[in-house]
Design a protein around this ligand. Sequence first.
Ligand code: SF4
Length: 326
Amino acid sequence: MWHPVVKFLIMKIKAIGLVSGGLDSIIATCLMLEQGIEVIPVMFVSPFFHSEYMKEKEIDFMGLKAKIIRVGDDYLSLVKNPEFGYGAGMNPCIDCKIYMVKKGAEIMAKEKASFIFTGEVLDQRPFSQRQKFFDIIEKKSGMEGKILRPLSALLLKPTIPEIEKIVNREKLLAISGRSRKQQLLIAQEKGIKTYLPPAGGCLLTDRIYAGKIKELFEKRQQCDLDDAELIKHGRVFWYNSILIVIGRNECENKIILNLTKKNDVSLVIKNVPSPLCIIRGNEINNEVIEYAKEKVLTYTKQEKLKKVPSLLWEIKKTLAPYEEKY
Ligand code: SF4
């Protein structure tokens, strides 16, 4: 077996970076690259975060090709029933991080990388970025000692790559807490100008969306990521367990139309400009249709309705084969 130092000299050390595109993950990546470590960035996408990259396989991250991992319905199950509970909204941060680290570990094995690193900062968030939660995440993901947090490393116990000296601990940082002062100074020093907002704008932390997803879980036991995506747009109504979404403008009408899948019913008034309505669920009967029509009429300009002697409704069932979107 090679001595770690010899190993470092003869082969490039690879690390998997779980990145969000936020400043912290950019600084963490810089710190690794400056140590000559080959970084494979990995970014997770879902209807809740980074959904703009949903169709990509990889994206540019600091000039590196970041792998895109689309979370599956297993992630949604975890949002429904998190072992470690929620943060302020419906964000199951600890379970989410365990999920991401496990996926990262799979890539680590495939790429023969030595460890995973993240841009997490000790005590930056009360839920999930405390030492005890770091320990839980490592233990539950089976990655004890293999998750390096370069921004706070000097405040944490040394990880295996530091002990084996494939990472120089002395060049790591001791940042903690919510203040972003140090990170902003580092960004200035390193000329980092573009980065995403902290937490990557995770919708699960958003009070309004959290309410919608909670309702989705209550009303529709068998919901999936397509439903989680659909309720992001338009006005959302429920008729028992039937989901009804009405576009608020032309742009939303197009978005929700694009999100329809097999057996969804779309409803629109043909002879008056009106919002588009998508109905999803089992047993969409006449009662549901009448309820949805009322809602559409509510959001159609009354003066336009008065101009026509009778309304011409277009009600269509989506017949296209179900296309797996996530
Ligand atoms: S904020 Fe969202 S993406 Fe970030 S750890 Fe929590 S649940 Fe996961």
